[in-house]
Write a protein that binds this ligand. Structure first.
Ligand code: AP5
Length: 193
């Protein structure tokens, strides 16, 4: 059973890679960002609460996303494993995931860090802003805030896994063409399977 986490700054390609990985390895994929954007679009109570926070480029509360992941794990059957895209983003989320998996006799057994210079990721987000109109891509100050949140709250998650799960921690060069990043990730996952 694979439990794969993709960690990396905004724009590092987590979502792009996650879709291909999930298909190839038959993993149940959750993007907490996509789930939250759906809630916002449907104007649910959760979406209304999350919208202002996301529009500012800040992280929504741990309780909200941990609850989303708990539902996802509890309600997913018949898969080779789970792929978490954009989660965990705080050490508290990482600890909660360990507890949830432990209760089901599972553990996080692959953490892939998407590594490259932030400038490249910012460029990608600016290009996407022109094409897709995602609310948090449009304003460079919001993009900078997302990066700041990443370094303050999510970068410690990388260190958490490097220290506690070093045998499962991998880094890939995220500034290559999409297909080459994917090839590198598959090489890693083929050893985990
Ligand atoms: P989320 O949706 O997770 O956004 P993000 O982390 O900012 O990541 P992005 O979607 O911008 O980038 P990505 O790394 O997935 O790259 P992508 O493949 O899209 O979160 C949004 C918000 O939701 C957060 O700010 C927060 O408010 C909230 N949230 C979500 N999860 C949360 C959590 N766990 N806790 C609290 N709050 C949470 O690629 C980006 C672009 O680059 C695309 O246009 C793509 O086509 C292109 N691209 C990708 N790879 C390549 C490549 N190799 N070469 C060239 N272009 C590429």
């Amino acid at each position: 059973m694979i439990n794969l986490i993709l960690v990396g700054p905004p724009g590092s390609g987590k979502g792009t890679q996650a879709k291909q990985i999930a298909e190839k390895y038959n993993l149940a994929h959750i993007s907490t960002g996509d789930v939250l954007r759906k809630e916002v679009k449907e104007q649910t109570p959760l979406g209304k609460q999350a919208k202002a926070i996301m529009d500012r480029g800040e992280l929504v509360s741990d309780d909200i996303v941990i609850g989303m992941i708990q539902n996802f794990i509890d309600n997913t059957k018949g898969t080779n494993g789970f792929l978490y895209d954009g989660f965990p983003r705080t050490v508290a989320q990482a600890e909660a995931l360990n507890t949830m998996l432990h209760k089901k006799n599972m553990l996080v057994n692959s953490i892939i860090f998407m590594d490259a210079d932030d400038d490249i990721f910012v460029q990608r987000i600016q290009q996407r802003a022109q094409l897709e109109g995602r609310a948090d891509d449009a304003d460079i100050n919001v993009v900078k805030k997302r990066l700041q949140e990443y370094y303050q709250k999510t970068f410690p998650v990388k260190s958490f896994y490097e220290m506690k799960h070093s045998e499962y921690f991998y880094s890939v060069k995220a500034d290559q063409a999409v297909e080459n990043v994917f090839k590198d990730i598959c090489q890693i996952l083929d050893t985990v399977k």
